[in-house]
Structure formats: C-alpha cells, structure tokens
Design a protein around this ligand. Sequence first.
Ligand SMILES: [Zn+2]
Length: 288
Amino acid sequence: MRKNLCKLFISFLIFIMRNLSFFSVIIIVVFVVYACSPKPYSTTNKAYRKQVKEYTKLILQEPVDPINDTIKMPPFWVGTTNFGIRKPNFVIIHHTAQNSCDQTLGTFTTPKSAVSAHYVICKDGTVHHMLNDYLRAQHAGVSKWGNLIDINSSSIGIELDNTGFEPFDSLQINSLISLLARLKKDYTIPAANFIGHGDIAPTRKNDPNWRFPWKKLAEKGFGLWFDDKRDTIPAGFNHIQALRIVGYDVKDTTAAIRSFKRHFLQDTTKRINDLDRSVLFNLQKKYF
Ligand SMILES: [Zn+2]
C-alpha cells in the first residue's frame, strides 16, 4: 500500500517537474521524502498517544467522589493550589532475555505481551526511552522489597539487551551509567534504591545476570557495596534477618540467599558460606 503510494508520488513528481516552477518542485520533493521515509512504529506510537490522552483525562478529574454514604461531604469542592507530580523513587535493572534490541522493541509494542520498561539499552549503547518517566511501566511483576509491593508504581524500569547468558558490553554499561546519573539527579533517588529485578523477585527472576557490574555501579553511587576490610561476624548474627533488613523478601530463604549472592558475590550457588555472611553483616552494619 505504502509502496504503491510512493510510486504514485514519484510519477506525479516527474509530471510536475515538467510543468511547475523550481520552488514548487522543491516543496513537493520534501513532502515525498517525508511521506516515504520509514516510520516502523507509527501505529504503536499513535496507540501510545491515545493512552496518554486517556490518563490526562483521569488527572483532570476533580476529586469530588464521596468516600461512602455515611461520610459527610462539603457543599463545595476546594482544590489545593499547591502540588506537584509524583516522582519515581527506585530504579530496577533487568536483562531482556531476548535475542536483540529489535526483538525487545517488538515485545514492548505488542499489547498482548503486557510488558514494558521505561528504557531499553542496546548492546551498542543506544538508549530507547519508550515511556515517560512519570507513567507506570509493567516491568517488575509480582515483587517485594522491604514492605514495598507495587514496585511498578514507584520505579523506573531499565532493560539491557542481553540473552541472560552474556557479559554486558562496555558501551551499554556506559550509557546505563549516564542514564542513572540523570535519573538520580532528576528524581533524587537514594543510592540504595538502584537494584535488580532478581533482588525484588528472588523466586522468579535472575536478572540482570551474575556478570552485571554492580560493584562498578556502586562506586558511582548507584546501589550499595561492602567494604574490603570487614569485622568478625558476631556469634548471634542471623543472616536471614539481615537479608530482610537489606530489603530481600525472605519468604523463600534459599531464593533470597541465591539472589543476594548473585548481586554481591557474582556467585550463582544457593548455600550461604562464611564469606557471604561477612559481606551481609558488613552491609547491615554499614547502611542499616
Ligand atoms: Zn526483568
């Protein structure tokens, strides 16, 4: 359809080149180039704008609904003059577990998949900003960190193009670090709140994979890290309680331990050892 339309434009262009002035031809050439340029996501971008318009209507609603039949309501509405827009307070880092950036862009623009993220970073460092930071992406799923459960509502989701079994390219990590710096500054996100999907969903997820450079990120102020020099672990130290204090959901203790080890020790095993315990004790003492 689009091809036929372009052919028609080009025939029309040849016709008018013979009959019209130079400037008219230039205008038409510009129009044809624009009309024929590839816009692979024009349909889904239109769907994005339509959804944003629906949410704008929701925000424009005045809060006059009664709480219930027994609560007395005032005879007139008083809206405050003093407000802002809620900001994200966490950043959740993922790997896509897909084969290419294009595949992920496809997944995140297919309504049936019902998943998305604010940002997708390709291996070559290209950053796709797919959703306005103030809107809620669907990246965290069923998850828990501390007592927080609806993590999609308070976080920015960043997906790194990676099958789940690969190291992370330095171009990709450099883009990620620049992006994190901007998010941290714009939304005043605490260092402790830069975490991984595997941290908040230990029974379901393992992303970003164990090769992710959490130490490098922590050195730049994104995430926590332990000291090289650590105190002896006290006799009564309870590592499950410590994991809970750091933020891990300890409903499944094995999953919580595995998640902690992947993040802080780059270790994918599930049994806690003395090194793990000393790191955990150090983190608890240092930050909590
Ligand atoms: Zn994930």
